[in-house]
Design a protein around this ligand. Structure first.
Ligand SMILES: Nc1ncnc2c1ncn2[C@@H]1O[C@H](COP(=O)(O)OP(=O)(O)OP(=O)(O)O)[C@@H](O)[C@H]1O
Ligand SMILES: [Mg+2]
Length: 251
């Protein structure tokens, strides 16, 4: 089936399909216009990323009408060599792009503060998914599979280190699971929505915190702004390194 026919099975007649100028690293994203609305088509081709996309579809489906701001689910289908997720097309740009475009330091600080606030809300919010055992156990097991099959930057030596130096457990919360500035959207000067939510589950909130601040830990003004919004906990340097420089290498 060609791309348009498969899509039309879900959405009805398609008026246009256009690849977005800003692409992610694991998928191809397009804007699809139909008579009834505008949608985001996210397609994946490699097996690992097809699995992630399927997980993302399940998260979006389970979250519909729930309390966490994410795009709305419209469909998921698989073809022989590819998988496709259809969701609402959302206004806004990633926080990475918004920070690049912001002209003043005040604007940037305000964006970072609102990122902290959104993450705070997620971590303090109700547990929407079932808690399926220990999240870190599951991540270390996945990391092992990726490392053994050469599908990650992390190697088995680093993995052994991570297994033997686990940080003391904290209360698990809802987490995003890949909470970088690339995976949140800004509208009207505020970070308001999570995207790329394949890893959203009940897990260790320090992983989100570490990835959220990972790109600006050297910027003390931005760090202060983040923690004006995110007030529930401040990770230690050791926790930051464990999650951002350690575990994240495998994903
Ligand atoms: N629902 C949406 N509405 C509008 N634009 C979106 C939407 N979802 C994603 N985008 C755009 O597509 C880009 C890529 O999306 P996403 O982060 O989900 O994929 P990805 O980066 O390929 O995934 P990964 O981080 O796993 O590599 C985003 O940076 C954003 O610009
Ligand atoms: Mg992304």
């Amino acid at each position: 089936m060609n791309k348009q026919m498969a899509l039309e099975d879900v959405l009805g007649e398609v008026v246009s399909i256009e690849k977005l100028p800003e692409q992610g690293c694991t998928s191809e994203v397009s804007r699809v216009v139909t008579e009834s609305g505008t949608y985001l088509l996210k397609s994946a081709f490699k097996q690992k990323y097809r699995e992630w996309l399927k997980a993302e579809a399940a998260v979006l489906q389970n979250l519909s009408e729930k309390l966490i701001p994410v795009p709305e689910y419209h469909g998921f289908y698989e073809e022989k060599e590819s998988s496709h997720l259809i969701m609402s097309f959302e206004q806004g740009v990633t926080l990475t792009a918004a920070l690049r475009a912001a002209e003043t330091q005040t604007e940037k600080i305000s964006l970072i503060r609102s990122f902290g606030r959104l993450l705070q809300k997620l971590h303090e919010g109700e547990l929407i998914f079932q808690c399926e055992g220990d999240w870190l156990d599951r991540q270390l097991a996945r990391a092992q599979v990726y490392a053994e099959s050469g599908q990650s930057d992390g190697n088995l030596e680093l993995l052994e280190q991570l297994k033997s130096s686990r940080p003391a457990a904290v209360k698990q919360t809802m987490i995003h699971g890949d909470c970088t500035t690339d995976n949140v959207l800004v509208t009207d000067g505020e970070v308001r929505m999570f995207i790329d939510v394949a890893g959203m589950t009940v897990g260790d909130p320090r992983y989100d915190e570490a990835l959220a601040i990972g790109r600006f830990t050297g910027n003390s003004e931005w760090m202060s702004a983040f923690y004006e919004g995110y007030t529930r906990y401040k990770i230690t340097q050791a926790e930051l390194e464990y999650f951002n420089d350690g575990l994240y290498e495998f994903f």
